[in-house]
Design a protein around this ligand. Structure first.
Ligand code: TPP
Ligand code: SF4
Length: 322
């Protein structure tokens, strides 16, 4: 594993910011021949404050929703320049990085469009702190059920403002773009799993997609020293399944694979929820509801975390072998 850091000291993220840790591992896995594209958000503002940067790699800023287009454009430009002999023909990684608002909401159409451009090589990395953190913890479609944000406070009349379930982004990207050769989920608290997934995504070619879940001490409400613990609990409770889909083949990885094989038991979601002040207003009944949803995903879904179909696919009589 590379010892050199390509996302180094000099950033100004909060103490315990797991998104910053994700970038550190992504940059380490990608190495020096890499161009990073970063959308507006915490990972832009905190990492490129005027005259300072933590990036030891060429870096392009794109507006909030522009990651997909900028990634395709950069990959296409590199390909054209190499084909014309204006650049040496070598492997240059292109990595487009966007937060959950910049990727799953505002930038969704551009990321989705980008993933259809199968002749260009780039990775889109969505770092998911389950909020629009940079603009003071606002709700996004990735904010989980019940979480407090500045847009979804708990009131006297309405206790739970965010009552909708979190969108399943990696699944959408995988199922909706079947030609994409690599889609995965990951997190900074399992750095080897993350590192290997980034390497695979960059090596396999074409557009690829990785979705990381990133505990954010400021928005989630816990002491920064517990960031890794909170991340691990998300996986151990089954809320955040770690998986990869490589050339169409689905595989649970790391702790999630051990849960699925029965080697370890899923922990109750309460252990994760009760550690964060963003869930402080939730009652035991609310937590039971979350537990039921997670149990359903593991016990009834065709593929945990990916495919919420609960029955065998119908097999029409007429297509059966005669
Ligand atoms: C078109 C547009 N609308 C709004 C903003 C203001 N804005 C800047 S950063 C940001 C939040 C981005 O959220 P996310 O992508 O989840 O990244 P995070 O801040 O959580 O790192 C917003 C709304 C903007 N820069 N551009
Ligand atoms: S608000 Fe959250 S995502 Fe933003 S820098 Fe701080 S810890 Fe990281």
């Amino acid at each position: 594993m590379a010892q050199t850091e390509y996302f180094d000291a000099g950033h100004r993220t909060c103490q315990g910011c797991e998104s910053a840790m994700v970038l550190r591992w992504v940059a380490k896995a990608a190495g020096p021949n890499t161009i990073v594209i970063g959308a507006t958000g915490c990972m832009y503002v905190a990492n490129t404050t005027y005259y300072t940067t933590a990036w030891a790699l060429p870096w392009i800023h794109t507006q909030l929703s522009g990651t997909g287009s900028a990634a395709v454009g950069t990959a296409a430009a590199l390909k054209a320049l190499m084909e014309k002999g204006k650049l040496p023909n070598e492997k240059i990684n292109v990595i487009g990085i966007c937060g959950d608002l910049g990727c799953a909401d505002a930038g969704l159409s551009e990321v989705s469009n980008a993933l259809t451009h199968t002749k260009y090589n780039f990775l889109i990395l969505m770092y998911d702190n389950e909020s629009s953190a940079n603009t003071d913890i606002q709700e996004t479609t990735m904010t989980p059920f019940g979480a407090l944000t500045t847009f979804s406070p708990s009131g006297k009349q309405i206790r739970i403002m965010k009552y909708r379930w979190k969108k399943n982004m990696a699944a959408m990207m995988a199922v909706g773009h079947p030609e994409v050769k690599y889609v995965a989920t990951a997190m900074a608290a399992d750095p080897i799993d993350l590192y290997n997934k980034v390497r695979k995504a960059l090596e396999i070619g074409g557009p690829t997609f990785i979705h990381t879940l990133d505990p954010c001490p400021k928005g989630w409400g816990y002491d920064p020293k517990y960031s890794h613990e909170i991340g691990k609990l998300a996986v151990e409770t089954g809320l955040w399944p770690l998986f990869e889909i490589e050339n169409g083949k689905f595989r649970l990885t790391s702790t999630s694979a051990r849960i699925a094989s029965g080697e370890i038991k899923r922990k109750p979601v309460k252990e994760y929820i009760r550690r964060q002040t963003r869930f402080k207003h939730l009652t035991d009944e609310d937590i039971e509801y979350i537990q039921r949803k997670v149990d359903e995903m593991w016990e009834k879904w065709l593929i945990p975390g990916l495919l919420p179909l609960t029955k065998e696919l119908p097999y029409p009589e007429t297509t059966k072998a005669q």
